[in-house]
Ligand binder design. Structure first.
Ligand SMILES: [Zn+2]
Length: 423
Protein backbone atom coordinates (compact mmCIF):
# COMPACT_ATOMS: atom_id res chain seq x y z
CA UNK A 1 0.00 0.00 0.00
CA UNK A 2 2.83 2.40 0.95
CA UNK A 3 4.67 1.53 -2.24
CA UNK A 4 1.56 2.04 -4.36
CA UNK A 5 0.94 5.39 -2.74
CA UNK A 6 4.48 6.54 -3.37
CA UNK A 7 4.26 5.50 -7.01
CA UNK A 8 0.97 7.30 -7.62
CA UNK A 9 2.17 10.45 -5.85
CA UNK A 10 5.56 10.62 -7.55
CA UNK A 11 4.03 10.28 -10.98
CA UNK A 12 1.26 12.71 -10.15
CA UNK A 13 3.89 15.32 -9.25
CA UNK A 14 5.15 14.95 -12.81
CA UNK A 15 1.64 15.19 -14.26
CA UNK A 16 1.43 11.51 -15.20
CA UNK A 17 -1.51 9.24 -14.42
CA UNK A 18 -1.23 5.47 -14.04
CA UNK A 19 -3.06 2.93 -16.17
CA UNK A 20 -3.16 -0.63 -14.79
CA UNK A 21 -3.58 -3.74 -16.91
CA UNK A 22 -6.07 -6.49 -16.34
CA UNK A 23 -4.35 -9.65 -17.54
CA UNK A 24 -6.15 -12.82 -18.51
CA UNK A 25 -3.09 -15.03 -18.88
CA UNK A 26 -3.35 -17.61 -16.11
CA UNK A 27 0.11 -16.83 -14.71
CA UNK A 28 -0.56 -13.12 -14.42
CA UNK A 29 -4.28 -12.96 -13.71
CA UNK A 30 -4.14 -12.96 -9.93
CA UNK A 31 -1.18 -10.61 -9.61
CA UNK A 32 -2.46 -8.15 -12.18
CA UNK A 33 -5.73 -7.81 -10.30
CA UNK A 34 -3.92 -7.52 -7.00
CA UNK A 35 -1.56 -4.75 -8.09
CA UNK A 36 -4.25 -2.95 -10.13
CA UNK A 37 -6.48 -2.87 -7.06
CA UNK A 38 -3.76 -1.58 -4.78
CA UNK A 39 -3.07 1.29 -7.19
CA UNK A 40 -6.82 1.90 -7.61
CA UNK A 41 -7.32 2.21 -3.84
CA UNK A 42 -4.69 4.95 -3.72
CA UNK A 43 -6.10 6.66 -6.81
CA UNK A 44 -9.51 6.71 -5.18
CA UNK A 45 -8.11 8.02 -1.91
CA UNK A 46 -6.28 10.83 -3.72
CA UNK A 47 -9.32 11.62 -5.83
CA UNK A 48 -7.59 10.60 -9.05
CA UNK A 49 -9.02 8.67 -11.98
CA UNK A 50 -8.86 4.88 -11.91
CA UNK A 51 -7.55 3.83 -15.32
CA UNK A 52 -7.56 0.36 -16.85
CA UNK A 53 -6.07 -1.37 -19.90
CA UNK A 54 -8.37 -4.35 -20.53
CA UNK A 55 -6.83 -5.49 -23.84
CA UNK A 56 -5.80 -8.88 -22.58
CA UNK A 57 -9.37 -9.85 -21.62
CA UNK A 58 -10.70 -9.44 -25.15
CA UNK A 59 -8.05 -11.59 -26.77
CA UNK A 60 -9.13 -13.66 -28.41
CA UNK A 61 -12.61 -14.35 -29.76
CA UNK A 62 -10.87 -16.33 -32.51
CA UNK A 63 -8.95 -18.68 -30.23
CA UNK A 64 -7.78 -21.04 -32.98
CA UNK A 65 -10.39 -23.65 -32.19
CA UNK A 66 -11.58 -25.46 -35.33
CA UNK A 67 -15.14 -24.65 -34.33
CA UNK A 68 -14.41 -21.03 -35.31
CA UNK A 69 -13.10 -21.85 -38.82
CA UNK A 70 -14.69 -21.02 -42.17
CA UNK A 71 -15.93 -24.02 -44.11
CA UNK A 72 -15.25 -24.60 -47.82
CA UNK A 73 -17.55 -26.15 -50.43
CA UNK A 74 -16.27 -29.65 -49.62
CA UNK A 75 -16.98 -29.16 -45.93
CA UNK A 76 -13.35 -28.65 -44.94
CA UNK A 77 -12.52 -26.08 -42.26
CA UNK A 78 -10.08 -23.29 -43.14
CA UNK A 79 -8.70 -20.07 -41.63
CA UNK A 80 -7.86 -16.72 -43.18
CA UNK A 81 -4.12 -16.09 -42.73
CA UNK A 82 -4.05 -12.70 -44.45
CA UNK A 83 -3.41 -11.05 -41.05
CA UNK A 84 -0.22 -13.04 -40.47
CA UNK A 85 0.57 -16.66 -39.82
CA UNK A 86 -0.01 -16.27 -36.10
CA UNK A 87 -3.57 -15.09 -36.58
CA UNK A 88 -6.13 -17.78 -37.29
CA UNK A 89 -8.99 -15.54 -38.36
CA UNK A 90 -12.05 -17.70 -38.85
CA UNK A 91 -15.71 -17.40 -39.69
CA UNK A 92 -17.53 -14.47 -38.06
CA UNK A 93 -20.75 -16.47 -38.12
CA UNK A 94 -19.31 -18.92 -35.58
CA UNK A 95 -18.52 -16.31 -32.93
CA UNK A 96 -21.82 -16.10 -31.11
CA UNK A 97 -20.82 -18.76 -28.58
CA UNK A 98 -17.54 -16.93 -27.79
CA UNK A 99 -19.16 -13.72 -26.63
CA UNK A 100 -20.19 -15.24 -23.30
CA UNK A 101 -16.66 -16.41 -22.45
CA UNK A 102 -15.23 -12.97 -23.08
CA UNK A 103 -18.00 -11.20 -21.20
CA UNK A 104 -17.41 -13.39 -18.14
CA UNK A 105 -13.77 -12.33 -18.08
CA UNK A 106 -14.70 -8.65 -18.09
CA UNK A 107 -17.41 -9.22 -15.49
CA UNK A 108 -15.05 -11.06 -13.17
CA UNK A 109 -12.67 -8.07 -12.97
CA UNK A 110 -15.46 -5.49 -12.86
CA UNK A 111 -17.06 -7.37 -9.96
CA UNK A 112 -13.93 -7.07 -7.80
CA UNK A 113 -13.88 -3.30 -8.22
CA UNK A 114 -17.59 -3.07 -7.54
CA UNK A 115 -17.19 -5.08 -4.33
CA UNK A 116 -14.50 -2.69 -3.13
CA UNK A 117 -16.57 0.36 -4.02
CA UNK A 118 -14.00 1.55 -6.56
CA UNK A 119 -15.29 2.99 -9.82
CA UNK A 120 -13.51 2.40 -13.11
CA UNK A 121 -13.19 5.90 -14.58
CA UNK A 122 -11.25 5.20 -17.76
CA UNK A 123 -10.95 1.87 -19.54
CA UNK A 124 -9.54 1.14 -22.96
CA UNK A 125 -8.50 -1.80 -25.08
CA UNK A 126 -6.18 -2.18 -28.03
CA UNK A 127 -8.28 -4.91 -29.61
CA UNK A 128 -7.22 -5.24 -33.23
CA UNK A 129 -6.51 -8.45 -35.13
CA UNK A 130 -9.39 -10.51 -33.81
CA UNK A 131 -13.14 -10.91 -34.16
CA UNK A 132 -15.09 -10.02 -37.31
CA UNK A 133 -12.70 -8.16 -39.65
CA UNK A 134 -13.53 -6.55 -42.98
CA UNK A 135 -10.02 -5.79 -44.31
CA UNK A 136 -7.17 -7.73 -45.97
CA UNK A 137 -8.26 -11.15 -47.31
CA UNK A 138 -11.35 -11.50 -45.12
CA UNK A 139 -13.79 -10.79 -47.98
CA UNK A 140 -12.12 -13.41 -50.21
CA UNK A 141 -12.21 -15.94 -47.38
CA UNK A 142 -15.92 -15.34 -46.75
CA UNK A 143 -16.67 -15.74 -50.46
CA UNK A 144 -15.11 -19.23 -50.24
CA UNK A 145 -17.04 -20.14 -47.10
CA UNK A 146 -20.35 -22.01 -47.36
CA UNK A 147 -21.61 -20.62 -44.07
CA UNK A 148 -20.76 -17.00 -44.94
CA UNK A 149 -22.47 -17.30 -48.33
CA UNK A 150 -25.51 -18.77 -46.68
CA UNK A 151 -25.85 -15.68 -44.46
CA UNK A 152 -24.63 -12.99 -46.82
CA UNK A 153 -26.29 -14.30 -49.99
CA UNK A 154 -24.86 -15.48 -53.30
CA UNK A 155 -22.40 -12.99 -54.84
CA UNK A 156 -22.62 -10.66 -51.87
CA UNK A 157 -20.98 -7.27 -52.44
CA UNK A 158 -18.03 -5.92 -50.50
CA UNK A 159 -20.23 -3.08 -49.36
CA UNK A 160 -22.71 -5.44 -47.77
CA UNK A 161 -19.94 -7.58 -46.32
CA UNK A 162 -18.26 -4.58 -44.65
CA UNK A 163 -21.53 -3.32 -43.19
CA UNK A 164 -22.58 -6.69 -41.74
CA UNK A 165 -19.12 -7.60 -40.45
CA UNK A 166 -18.47 -4.24 -38.81
CA UNK A 167 -21.88 -4.31 -37.14
CA UNK A 168 -21.04 -7.78 -35.81
CA UNK A 169 -17.79 -6.37 -34.50
CA UNK A 170 -19.62 -3.52 -32.78
CA UNK A 171 -22.12 -5.98 -31.29
CA UNK A 172 -19.38 -8.12 -29.72
CA UNK A 173 -17.67 -5.01 -28.32
CA UNK A 174 -20.97 -3.93 -26.83
CA UNK A 175 -21.99 -7.35 -25.51
CA UNK A 176 -18.70 -8.53 -24.05
CA UNK A 177 -17.01 -5.27 -23.11
CA UNK A 178 -18.89 -1.95 -22.98
CA UNK A 179 -22.16 -3.25 -21.52
CA UNK A 180 -20.60 -5.26 -18.65
CA UNK A 181 -18.52 -2.21 -17.69
CA UNK A 182 -21.15 0.51 -18.13
CA UNK A 183 -23.89 -1.48 -16.40
CA UNK A 184 -21.76 -1.29 -13.23
CA UNK A 185 -19.99 2.02 -13.84
CA UNK A 186 -22.27 4.18 -16.00
CA UNK A 187 -19.87 7.12 -15.82
CA UNK A 188 -16.89 5.23 -17.28
CA UNK A 189 -15.00 6.49 -20.28
CA UNK A 190 -14.71 3.36 -22.38
CA UNK A 191 -13.25 2.90 -25.84
CA UNK A 192 -11.01 0.92 -28.15
CA UNK A 193 -7.95 1.86 -30.21
CA UNK A 194 -9.07 2.95 -33.68
CA UNK A 195 -12.80 3.13 -33.00
CA UNK A 196 -14.24 6.59 -33.62
CA UNK A 197 -17.06 8.31 -35.50
CA UNK A 198 -16.10 9.22 -39.07
CA UNK A 199 -17.26 10.55 -42.43
CA UNK A 200 -17.40 7.12 -44.08
CA UNK A 201 -13.69 7.00 -44.97
CA UNK A 202 -10.51 5.78 -43.29
CA UNK A 203 -7.52 8.04 -43.96
CA UNK A 204 -4.85 5.68 -42.60
CA UNK A 205 -3.80 2.00 -42.65
CA UNK A 206 -2.85 0.07 -39.57
CA UNK A 207 0.43 -1.87 -39.51
CA UNK A 208 -1.30 -5.13 -40.40
CA UNK A 209 -3.60 -3.73 -43.10
CA UNK A 210 -3.03 -3.75 -46.86
CA UNK A 211 -4.93 -2.09 -49.65
CA UNK A 212 -7.08 -4.67 -51.44
CA UNK A 213 -8.43 -4.03 -54.94
CA UNK A 214 -12.00 -4.96 -54.01
CA UNK A 215 -12.30 -2.38 -51.28
CA UNK A 216 -13.82 0.90 -52.56
CA UNK A 217 -11.66 3.98 -51.99
CA UNK A 218 -11.17 7.56 -53.00
CA UNK A 219 -7.82 8.66 -54.30
CA UNK A 220 -5.96 11.80 -53.35
CA UNK A 221 -2.42 12.26 -54.67
CA UNK A 222 -0.96 8.76 -54.02
CA UNK A 223 -3.22 7.99 -51.08
CA UNK A 224 -6.08 5.53 -51.27
CA UNK A 225 -8.59 6.30 -48.56
CA UNK A 226 -10.80 3.30 -47.89
CA UNK A 227 -14.55 3.49 -47.62
CA UNK A 228 -15.42 2.75 -44.02
CA UNK A 229 -18.62 1.77 -42.25
CA UNK A 230 -19.50 4.11 -39.41
CA UNK A 231 -20.22 1.60 -36.63
CA UNK A 232 -19.04 3.66 -33.66
CA UNK A 233 -22.49 4.39 -32.22
CA UNK A 234 -23.18 0.62 -32.23
CA UNK A 235 -20.29 -0.18 -29.88
CA UNK A 236 -21.70 1.55 -26.81
CA UNK A 237 -18.38 3.34 -26.33
CA UNK A 238 -18.35 6.62 -24.45
CA UNK A 239 -15.08 7.94 -25.88
CA UNK A 240 -13.65 8.05 -29.39
CA UNK A 241 -10.05 6.90 -29.99
CA UNK A 242 -8.69 7.87 -33.42
CA UNK A 243 -5.13 6.93 -34.32
CA UNK A 244 -2.94 9.88 -35.30
CA UNK A 245 0.40 8.25 -36.08
CA UNK A 246 3.40 8.82 -38.33
CA UNK A 247 2.96 5.65 -40.42
CA UNK A 248 5.83 5.51 -42.94
CA UNK A 249 3.55 5.17 -45.99
CA UNK A 250 2.10 8.63 -45.37
CA UNK A 251 5.37 10.19 -46.49
CA UNK A 252 5.05 8.76 -49.99
CA UNK A 253 1.35 9.42 -50.36
CA UNK A 254 1.78 13.16 -50.79
CA UNK A 255 3.92 15.40 -52.97
CA UNK A 256 4.16 18.50 -50.77
CA UNK A 257 7.71 19.81 -51.09
CA UNK A 258 7.69 20.82 -47.44
CA UNK A 259 7.88 17.24 -46.22
CA UNK A 260 6.66 18.13 -42.74
CA UNK A 261 3.34 19.03 -44.31
CA UNK A 262 2.91 15.48 -45.65
CA UNK A 263 2.75 14.19 -42.10
CA UNK A 264 0.84 17.14 -40.76
CA UNK A 265 -1.73 17.07 -43.57
CA UNK A 266 -2.62 13.43 -43.11
CA UNK A 267 -2.55 13.40 -39.34
CA UNK A 268 -4.68 16.50 -38.90
CA UNK A 269 -7.08 15.04 -41.42
CA UNK A 270 -7.41 11.80 -39.46
CA UNK A 271 -7.95 13.74 -36.24
CA UNK A 272 -10.41 16.19 -37.79
CA UNK A 273 -12.43 13.32 -39.26
CA UNK A 274 -13.23 12.16 -35.76
CA UNK A 275 -13.53 15.61 -34.20
CA UNK A 276 -16.07 16.96 -36.67
CA UNK A 277 -18.23 13.82 -36.65
CA UNK A 278 -18.35 13.13 -32.93
CA UNK A 279 -21.56 13.62 -30.95
CA UNK A 280 -21.56 16.20 -28.15
CA UNK A 281 -20.62 14.61 -24.84
CA UNK A 282 -18.31 11.96 -26.33
CA UNK A 283 -14.72 12.97 -25.63
CA UNK A 284 -12.07 12.33 -28.26
CA UNK A 285 -8.94 10.76 -26.80
CA UNK A 286 -6.54 10.39 -29.71
CA UNK A 287 -3.68 7.92 -29.87
CA UNK A 288 -0.66 9.96 -30.92
CA UNK A 289 2.90 9.12 -31.91
CA UNK A 290 5.79 11.15 -33.33
CA UNK A 291 8.73 8.91 -34.33
CA UNK A 292 8.18 7.49 -37.82
CA UNK A 293 6.61 4.02 -37.62
CA UNK A 294 8.46 1.89 -40.12
CA UNK A 295 6.30 -0.89 -41.55
CA UNK A 296 7.37 -1.36 -45.14
CA UNK A 297 10.67 0.52 -45.00
CA UNK A 298 13.96 -0.31 -43.42
CA UNK A 299 14.70 2.65 -41.19
CA UNK A 300 18.41 2.58 -42.11
CA UNK A 301 17.87 2.62 -45.87
CA UNK A 302 15.08 5.02 -46.35
CA UNK A 303 14.50 8.40 -47.90
CA UNK A 304 11.75 9.10 -45.43
CA UNK A 305 12.34 12.29 -43.50
CA UNK A 306 11.16 12.34 -39.94
CA UNK A 307 8.55 14.94 -39.07
CA UNK A 308 10.10 17.80 -37.10
CA UNK A 309 9.38 18.25 -33.42
CA UNK A 310 8.03 21.72 -34.11
CA UNK A 311 5.47 20.54 -36.65
CA UNK A 312 4.35 17.75 -34.35
CA UNK A 313 3.79 20.22 -31.52
CA UNK A 314 1.80 22.43 -33.90
CA UNK A 315 -0.28 19.40 -34.88
CA UNK A 316 -1.11 18.66 -31.24
CA UNK A 317 -2.12 22.28 -30.71
CA UNK A 318 -4.42 22.24 -33.71
CA UNK A 319 -6.02 19.02 -32.49
CA UNK A 320 -6.75 20.63 -29.13
CA UNK A 321 -8.15 23.71 -30.86
CA UNK A 322 -10.48 21.48 -32.87
CA UNK A 323 -11.99 19.87 -29.77
CA UNK A 324 -9.61 16.98 -29.03
CA UNK A 325 -9.97 16.22 -25.31
CA UNK A 326 -6.83 14.28 -24.48
CA UNK A 327 -3.82 12.50 -25.93
CA UNK A 328 -3.05 8.84 -25.52
CA UNK A 329 0.65 8.63 -26.25
CA UNK A 330 1.80 5.27 -27.61
CA UNK A 331 5.50 4.53 -27.86
CA UNK A 332 8.15 1.88 -27.75
CA UNK A 333 10.10 1.97 -24.53
CA UNK A 334 13.26 3.37 -26.14
CA UNK A 335 11.40 6.49 -27.29
CA UNK A 336 9.46 7.13 -24.09
CA UNK A 337 11.39 10.21 -23.00
CA UNK A 338 11.05 12.18 -26.24
CA UNK A 339 7.48 11.08 -26.95
CA UNK A 340 6.32 12.01 -23.45
CA UNK A 341 8.19 15.31 -23.55
CA UNK A 342 6.57 16.49 -26.79
CA UNK A 343 3.03 15.65 -25.72
CA UNK A 344 3.54 16.93 -22.22
CA UNK A 345 4.90 20.28 -23.36
CA UNK A 346 1.81 21.02 -25.39
CA UNK A 347 -0.62 19.57 -22.90
CA UNK A 348 0.69 21.50 -19.93
CA UNK A 349 0.98 24.77 -21.90
CA UNK A 350 -2.62 24.29 -23.01
CA UNK A 351 -3.93 24.18 -19.46
CA UNK A 352 -3.90 27.99 -19.26
CA UNK A 353 -6.74 27.92 -21.84
CA UNK A 354 -8.81 25.45 -19.87
CA UNK A 355 -12.10 27.37 -20.25
CA UNK A 356 -11.79 27.38 -24.03
CA UNK A 357 -10.75 23.74 -24.16
CA UNK A 358 -13.63 22.57 -22.00
CA UNK A 359 -16.45 24.70 -23.33
CA UNK A 360 -15.28 26.23 -26.62
CA UNK A 361 -16.91 25.73 -30.00
CA UNK A 362 -14.50 24.50 -32.73
CA UNK A 363 -14.68 26.93 -35.63
CA UNK A 364 -12.79 25.08 -38.35
CA UNK A 365 -11.93 21.55 -39.48
CA UNK A 366 -10.38 22.37 -42.88
CA UNK A 367 -7.03 20.91 -43.88
CA UNK A 368 -5.92 22.66 -47.07
CA UNK A 369 -4.49 20.49 -49.85
CA UNK A 370 -1.98 23.00 -51.14
CA UNK A 371 1.74 23.72 -50.97
CA UNK A 372 1.44 27.11 -49.27
CA UNK A 373 -0.96 25.82 -46.67
CA UNK A 374 -2.13 28.02 -43.83
CA UNK A 375 -3.76 26.02 -41.06
CA UNK A 376 -6.18 27.75 -38.74
CA UNK A 377 -7.93 26.22 -35.76
CA UNK A 378 -9.87 27.92 -33.02
CA UNK A 379 -12.30 27.60 -30.17
CA UNK A 380 -14.97 30.26 -29.76
CA UNK A 381 -16.29 30.98 -26.29
CA UNK A 382 -18.71 33.82 -25.54
CA UNK A 383 -17.24 36.98 -27.14
CA UNK A 384 -13.71 35.60 -27.62
CA UNK A 385 -11.90 33.10 -29.75
CA UNK A 386 -8.72 31.18 -28.98
CA UNK A 387 -7.02 30.79 -32.33
CA UNK A 388 -3.80 29.33 -33.71
CA UNK A 389 -2.35 29.74 -37.15
CA UNK A 390 0.44 27.64 -38.66
CA UNK A 391 2.03 28.56 -41.99
CA UNK A 392 3.67 26.04 -44.30
CA UNK A 393 4.17 28.69 -46.95
CA UNK A 394 5.93 32.06 -47.03
CA UNK A 395 2.95 34.39 -47.52
CA UNK A 396 2.21 36.13 -44.29
CA UNK A 397 -0.97 37.94 -45.22
CA UNK A 398 -3.96 38.00 -42.83
CA UNK A 399 -6.59 35.33 -43.50
CA UNK A 400 -10.31 35.74 -43.05
CA UNK A 401 -12.19 32.90 -41.32
CA UNK A 402 -15.77 32.50 -40.27
CA UNK A 403 -16.33 32.18 -36.53
CA UNK A 404 -19.86 30.82 -36.40
CA UNK A 405 -21.67 33.75 -38.00
CA UNK A 406 -18.90 36.34 -37.81
CA UNK A 407 -16.01 36.83 -40.25
CA UNK A 408 -12.74 37.41 -38.40
CA UNK A 409 -9.24 38.26 -39.65
CA UNK A 410 -6.42 36.07 -38.35
CA UNK A 411 -2.94 37.57 -38.57
CA UNK A 412 0.35 35.80 -39.10
CA UNK A 413 1.59 34.92 -35.64
CA UNK A 414 3.66 31.74 -35.65
CA UNK A 415 4.08 29.47 -32.65
CA UNK A 416 1.57 31.07 -30.30
CA UNK A 417 -2.13 31.03 -29.52
CA UNK A 418 -4.01 34.31 -29.75
CA UNK A 419 -7.15 35.28 -27.90
CA UNK A 420 -9.13 37.54 -30.21
CA UNK A 421 -12.01 39.68 -29.04
CA UNK A 422 -14.99 39.19 -31.32
CA UNK A 423 -16.64 42.53 -30.56
ZN1 LIG B 1 -17.39 -18.18 -42.97
Amino acid sequence: MEEAKQLVELLDKRGVGIICSWEWDKNQRFNSLKSALSIARVQKELNQHVNIDATSLLNSFFDGNEKTAHIDKNGNPFFDYSFGKDHKIGCPFTLDYRKEFIRERVESFVKKYKEEGIDVDFIYTDWEIDGPLSVNGSYKASQRCKRCVEYLGKNFSYDKFQRVIMDMRAYLQYYSYSYPVLSQFPGSLIGNYGDYPNDGYRYWYDYYEKHESWQPYKQEQNAKYRKWHNNFSRTGFTMAMPVVYTWDNIYKWYKFSNTDYRWFYNMLRVASNSLKNVTAGIPVVSFVHWNTIFIGEDRQNTEIRQMSEGSYRELLWHMLLRGNNSFFMWSEKKDFSIEVKLVHEVYSAALQYREFLEYGWPVNFDVPEEEEAIIISGLALNDKILVRRTDFGSEKKPVKILVGTKPVMVNYNPGICQVVNLN
